[in-house]
Unconditional design. Structure first.
Length: 163
């Protein structure tokens, strides 16, 4: 592999990382879920709710994160199902199976149609950096260099991924 696009905070790996944007998420649930379980009004209310959990390739569950006055606050949500595919994650929420923190660009059409409802809108999830990562090399190939510049321009032009 010449390079990869990673979402999230990167560990120091000796690789070169160029940040190209930020992924903003939104906390959402279906109207059916909210009708059955009520609408949480605080982070503490989430303890009485169910999430569709998302797990990384390592099997580690992703916590919900919120920016509370500049501090990153993590919330571990209980859930009945866990997925590691963005489409399955979104479809589970649309089916009323629980609350999710989805990428804004994926959730927006469903928020506009009313199929999903934003909850805790005053508490935004912590944005995650989007980076192109490639090996450190004094002789970076022209193809990789052009690709990295092109991806950077794509993200720069998108309001959904702006810094």
């Amino acid at each position: 592999m010449d390079c990869v696009i990673r979402i999230g905070f990167l560990q120091d790996s000796g690789l070169v990382a160029r940040r190209v944007g930020m992924r903003q998420s939104v906390t959402v649930a279906s109207p059916e879920y909210l009708e059955r379980h009520g609408v949480p009004n605080t982070i503490e209310d989430l303890e009485r709710h169910i999430a569709v959990n998302y797990f990384w390739g390592s099997g580690r569950m992703m916590d919900f994160t919120f920016d509370v006055g500049g501090l990153h606050t993590k919330v571990r949500m209980k859930g009945h199902i866990a997925v590691n595919d963005a489409v399955a994650y979104l479809e589970s929420a649309l089916g009323g199976m629980g609350i999710i923190q989805a990428a804004q660009f994926l959730a927006t059409p469903y928020l506009k149609s009313g199929a999903l409802v934003e909850i805790l809108p005053e508490l935004k999830p912590v944005p995650m950096p989007i980076s192109v990562v490639y090996p450190h090399s004094r002789h970076l190939s022209q193809v990789v260099r052009v690709f990295v510049d092109w991806v950077g321009e794509l993200f720069l032009d998108s309001v959904l991924f702006a810094d």
